[in-house]
Design a protein around this ligand. Structure first.
Ligand SMILES: [Cu+2]
Length: 461
């Protein structure tokens, strides 16, 4: 639910009655959101009409119309974000959430954005991809003075070209982006556009990542490569909502990457085309069918397709480490190592030692491992057939015949028509087994096993 945080605190008044109408009129009301659930599309109530987007596990910021200008009020502030049930993170964001709210305007709109800084350090907002006067570009020190704690700055420009954009600070960027400061921006076309189709569903989200030690709450901001939480809009599976669509809907998904690495985003069940980037809609002759598109750092891609196959279709980053939750990466691969006898000996010395991974890692998702507080399991989520064994950047697109137009609610698991599910074949296989690979020592039964605790990499063992 949208909670309207009073703006009177900002005006320094104790009660509504004591705020002067003049002060009230000066800045748009601060609207905040405290739920991480996907909010229904915000239908425009003023200005030019458009078909709104749905922000995955997010929301769109309401505006007020003042003398023909769309006015928004962003508040940069510390927030608590639930990454998935069982884990909360202490982040920085805008208007109660990380990422901040999506801003939706129409090509040609004059936009005025008030930015109030409630962080402990200065900030700015850069409007990634926009055509605007240089002084509105939000680069602290280069195009404007920094917004100091407690100050409110105003940005104003015309949204000149339609497309998919984002916003983020350009001040102590490493810290502020590692803490979750970012948001989506969509400029809808004014009327019919030769390269922008009308779609039935239009989703958007940002790719982001955090390094939060298991058991702690605040991201480590100096991390460059070794992130352990791979998120969409600061949510990790199974905390990411499904994308629920109606059979034969034309669907657009807009994705921006504000992590430190590329993400090959893969959708099962259909073929899509990349119809736009943060540079604008792509020419029709440049589009080709894909099922995976790589999104590099700082890039945005919008993909489009016809959802003409019913089912529960996986939608995820194809880097398998990005579709799981935190775990030490120096856990040795144990596949094929026979622990028989060994585990018993170790258990005498280390009572809670657990043998992991000798048949692969799937056992992990079924095991109730003791985890530190505020830590997500590495592989989790349960489908109608068992554990899904995923985490991080993973969700499901649910295509249903019965889904009503404009209904974004979760229809539950797909009921596959009888006879269309992969099934057990109960016939013995009598072909001979392939010869087993020889052990590195050249003889079986005498393998040296190094036992290391599955802790995070700390530079030495
Ligand atoms: Cu990835």
């Amino acid at each position: 639910m949208t909670s309207r945080r009073d703006f009177f605190r900002l005006a320094g008044a104790a009660a509504a009655a004591s705020v002067s109408p003049v002060a009230m009129a000066r800045l748009p009301e601060i609207v905040s959101q405290d739920s991480p659930a996907t909010q229904p599309p915000l239908m425009p109530t003023s200005g030019r009409p458009y078909n709104p987007v749905v922000t995955l596990n997010g929301w769109t910021l309401p505006w007020r119309m003042k003398d023909g200008v769309k006015e928004f009020h962003l508040v940069a502030e510390p927030v608590v974000r639930e990454i998935a049930p069982g884990m909360k993170a202490h982040l920085w964001g805008y208007n109660g959430q990380s990422p901040g709210p999506t801003i939706e305007v129409v090509e040609g709109d004059r936009v005025r954005l008030y930015v109030t800084n409630r962080l402990p350090e200065h900030t700015t907002v850069h409007w990634h991809g926009q055509r605007l006067p240089n002084g509105m570009d939000g680069l602290g020190g280069l195009t404007q003075p920094h917004i100091k704690p407690g100050q409110t700055f105003v940005y104003e420009f015309v949204a000149r070209r339609p497309g998919t954009f984002m916003y983020h600070p350009h001040a102590d960027e490493m810290t502020q982006m590692a803490m979750g400061m970012m948001g989506f921006w969509v400029t809808h076309p004014k009327g019919k556009h030769p390269l922008i189709e009308r779609v039935d569903r239009d989703f958007c989200f940002l790719l982001n990542s955090y390094d939060i030690e298991p058991g702690s709450y605040t991201p480590k901001v100096n991390t460059m490569l070794d992130f352990n939480l791979w998120t969409w809009n600061s949510r990790a599976f199974p905390g990411i909502d499904s994308l629920n669509v109606r059979l034969n809907d034309r669907v657009r998904i807009r994705i921006g990457n504000l992590t430190m690495t590329n993400h090959p985003i893969h959708l099962h069940g259909v073929e899509f085309e990349v119809t736009g980037t943060d540079g604008g809609p792509t020419p029709k002759g440049s589009r080709w069918p894909e099922v995976t598109t790589d999104i590099a750092v700082g890039q945005m891609r919008q993909i489009e397709f016809l959802a003409d196959e019913e089912g529960d279709w996986a939608f995820h980053c194809h880097k398998s480490h990005h579709a799981m939750n935190p775990m030490g990466h120096d856990v040795p691969t144990m596949i094929g190592v026979d622990h028989t006898g060994l585990a018993r000996k170790i258990t005498k010395l280390v009572p809670d030692y657990m043998v992991m991974g000798e048949r692969g890692m799937a056992d992990m998702s079924e095991m109730e491992m003791p985890l530190p507080d505020n830590t997500l399991p590495m592989m989790t989520g349960t489908g109608q057939f068992g554990p899904i064994e995923m985490g991080g950047m993973f969700s499901v697109m649910k295509v249903r015949r019965q889904q009503k137009p404009g209904d974004y609610s979760d229809p539950g698991w797909y009921r596959q028509p009888p006879g269309t599910t992969a099934r057990l074949v109960d016939v013995p296989v009598d072909a001979p087994r392939a010869p087993q690979a020889a052990s590195p020592q050249g003889h079986d039964g005498d393998i040296e096993v190094q036992v290391r605790k599955p802790t995070r990499h700390d530079g030495h063992h």
